[in-house]
Design a protein around this ligand. Sequence first.
Ligand code: SF4
Length: 383
Amino acid sequence: MSATESVNVLGLDPAALQALVAQWGGKPFRARQLSQWVHQRGVDRFDDMSDLAKEFRAQLDAHCIVQAPPLNLEKRSADGTRKWLFDMGLGNAIETVFIPEDDRGTLCISSQAGCTVACPFCSTGYQGFSRNLTTAEIVGQLWYANRALRDDPQAARLNGPAEDAQRAVSNVVMMGMGEPLLNYDQVLGALRLMVDDHAYGLSRRRVTVSTSGVVPMIDRLARDCPVALAVSLHAPNDTLRDRLVPLNRKYPLAELLDACNRYLEVAPRDFITFEYIMLDGVNDADEQARELIEVARRVRCKFNLIPFNPFPQSGLKRSPTARIRLFAQQLTDAGLIVTVRKTRGDDIDAACGQLAGEVKDRTRINERLPDRARVVIRKKEHA
Ligand code: SF4
């Protein structure tokens, strides 16, 4: 192993870390100690890991690094929301958002630079697909955020005692850029670290994978690492969903709902969260609410209605507040549990993919790499 091939410890799931340590004759508990230093205390210098044997530290120093993706830009909102833009090379950027609330701190992380699914309300879809993130790049967002939030009074207040404030993130949602289940292996490694007691130690209920509906991978996730599942539904029937979530043409609603029911057999929560973006005149009519109620009868679920976050080229509008309220009321009257997502970080371009899109526009990557260019005017809602 040469210095140029240094292994990034952030990318090693618990089994891989044990295997690395074992090749130097180390026992599993050494791997656990190392994991605690890196993931729980946020230490990146092996020399500072004081209870590790000197020779072990020397081995680590020679062969490993602890490195999050380079930061491109940071924005802070007046409401406490923080957004980081990480440089992924070749003019690509990804976004990570921290949303503090009274009883939790939620980190929204990205799994791909760009996305192939191309939903027409999504600015990430508009940027096309560049590449999958590695486990180190996915976990690196969480590692970086926990370190950055140590000195954030809002995050520290939220978590009470000083030692907990070292890990201000209490919930992770994979709702940033990309379709996580189309980068399955790398995402799985990251999930295993998030729920590992010697790494981030998050309960499976507090880690959510949000998918547009990659049916075979929902089944695999159920077997490999069942965490909370959210599904970007956005439409109550195949005709409309084919347009709003093009992956529906491959995995139509009936198949998706069956997969949700299979997932529920092992899920850490006893419901699936259906996300439904509120688009004026597109999917917000009374009739569509009635259709949605029929869909909901087929799966134990909760609804999260998301007011669309419009921006210049979208051609789509947010449903008026009164319409969203009526739509929600129809679902509630049918006995469903419904929340309407609060808009957060409005003053820092919280529409997911928006900042990254600006970076990409500045670098004009699509002109420089014409074979990969696929600019379609698309917009994204995750915020
Ligand atoms: S909404 Fe999600 S799945 Fe659809 S294009 Fe955007 S990132 Fe991809």
